[in-house]
Design a protein around this ligand. Structure first.
Ligand code: NDP
Ligand code: 2IT
Length: 447
């Protein structure tokens, strides 16, 4: 039976990829969802689709030497995981954070394959980055690092091959430096990266897209219970790009966002994070200090050091910081406090045991690969605009994004029901994401 087959896949992945716990976790969650698919469609087992999906098509690992402001040589590691090109060119972000390693990027690339499949757009999955720490670095240091990183990466990417974008520690500034170096090396002005500046091929709404899409998705979840954001209290974690977009849209829809967080602790603002306070998030992030405490002093809010916002009583929780930031105890606390809906802005912010708590409760819970897909979907829209050499208005892009999030939601709901687990967004997202890529692989032969 399929359960045994799935156990074997997970055991093999653990044996072949030691010391990569995040990758094991991501595979385990997806593989377990797929049991009813393998029961109904043994042809995917025979074609070894899952065995192929857990093996990246290509892993690129390279040295990134650069010179700091003191004239000293620094050396970092650069990576690009080209996971799957079954339904389009590799697509996915770059993460610059000291915690980056091969296992973390493999988990992110693996998740990206299913997420991109759900967007309805033709994009394969990839992820990359470096253990470079942007904290405390000058603009010139960041530029020299990005130039060295791109000097090597440029050999492996291109607008029809692999199109990187931002993720933690990579925003508009870094994409600018990376694009400048690519153009210089190739003498080509192409849509090789997304998240570009508006004057040079970027798309309106891309900076807001992940957070906006997340809230559009959560809005659809709430509708299934006759609810909306209006008058609800919302806990957001993180204070970066995704958190910022989520705070704007949740506030627009009548919600009151009472928390943001960083590695130093969390802010509780009983009056709601709105108006100029939202722009302050951009300043916090640009300060390269990686802390949220200054918000409390600036606006007279409460700072809770070393804790996570999940202990607050809220109606909606939007984890937007990083992987495994919400564990079993946090999940129990949210459920106990009557939280209605948890939608993930970050990638895999909930641990496997945290997910089990949500699954057993009545809470609405959606995984990142569905709920945060608006970011990469809008990257896909940026690629379309680049190919057409046109730019769409804010309203046009926002409408596309909204429509895509509604369709992803519908697809998750109908797929979960079709495979016998109605209301389970994890199964819906994993199965729907899997089927499209698996069928493309079946069509394309043993590759
Ligand atoms: P940013 O760099 O803009 O912000 C990252 C946020 O997460 C910061 O608040 C950061 O604080 C915080 N953070 C990072 N590590 C930790 C940690 N160990 N503990 C607590 N907080 C931490 O990144 P994004 O907003 O782009 O990314 C946030 C999440 O959303 C990630 O999981 C990313 O993969 C995901 N995502 C991003 C998309 C995008 O388009 N940007 C699309 C879809 C998902 P600090 O800088 O201090 O570490
Ligand atoms: O995790 C993600 O989906 C992203 N960081 C965005 C990737 C992209 O290519 O826009």
């Amino acid at each position: 039976m399929s359960n045994e087959y799935i156990r074997r896949i997970i055991t093999d992945v653990k044996a072949k990829n030691p010391a990569e716990p995040e990758f094991h976790q991501a595979v385990e969650e997806v593989a377990e969802s797929l049991s009813p698919v393998f029961d109904k469609h043994p042809e995917y087992k025979d074609a070894k689709i899952m065995e192929r999906m857990v093996e990246p098509e290509r892993v690129i690992l390279f040295r990134v030497p650069w010179i700091d402001d003191q004239g000293k040589i620094q050396v970092n590691r650069g990576y690009r995981i080209q996971m799957s090109s079954a339904i389009g060119p590799y697509k996915g972000g770059l993460r610059f954070h000291p915690s980056v390693n091969l296992g973390i990027l493999k988990f992110l690339a693996f998740e990206q394959v299913y997420k991109n499949s759900l967007t309805t757009l033709p994009m394969g999955g990839g992820k990359g980055g470096s253990d470079f720490d942007p904290k405390g670095k000058s603009d010139n240091e960041v530029m020299r690092f990005c130039q060295s990183f791109m000097t090597e990466l440029s050999r492996y990417i291109g607008p029809d091959t692999d199109v990187p974008a931002g993720d933690i520690g990579v925003g508009g500034r870094e994409i600018g430096f990376l694009f400048g170096q690519y153009k210089r090396l190739r003498s080509e002005f192409t849509g090789v990266l997304t998240g570009k500046g508006l004057n040079w091929g970027g798309s309106l709404i891309r900076p807001e897209a992940t957070g906006f899409g997340l809230v559009y998705f959560a809005q659809e979840m709430l509708k299934t219970k006759g609810q909306s954001f209006d008058g609800k209290t919302v806990a957001v974690s993180g204070f970066g790009n995704v958190a910022w977009g989520a705070v704007i849209k949740a506030t627009d829809l009548g919600g009151k966002v009472v928390t943001i967080s960083g590695p130093d602790g969390y802010i509780y603002d009983k009056d709601g994070i709105k108006g100029e306070k939202i722009n302050y998030l951009l300043k916090l992030r640009a300060s390269n200090r990686d802390i949220v405490e200054p918000y409390a002093k600036e606006f007279g809010a409460q700072f809770v050091p070393g804790k996570k916002p999940w202990q607050q009583k809220v109606d909606i929780a939007l984890p937007c910081a990083t992987q495994n930031e919400l564990d079993e105890n946090d999940a129990k606390e949210l459920v106990k406090n009557g939280c209605l809906c948890v939608a993930e802005g970050a990638n895999m912010p909930t641990t496997l045991n945290g997910y089990k708590v949500f699954r057993e409760s009545k809470i609405l819970y959606a995984p990142g690969k569905a709920a945060n897909a608006g970011g990469v979907a809008t990257s896909g829209l940026e690629m379309s605009q680049n190919s057409m050499r046109m730019g769409w208005s804010r309203e046009e892009v926002d409408q596309h994004l909204h429509r895509i999030m509604v369709r992803i939601h519908e697809n998750c709901v109908t797929t979960a029901a079709r495979f016998g687990t109605p209301g389970n967004y994890v199964n819906g997202a994993n199965i729907a994401g899997f089927l499209k890529v698996a069928d493309a692989m079946m069509d394309q032969g043993v590759v």
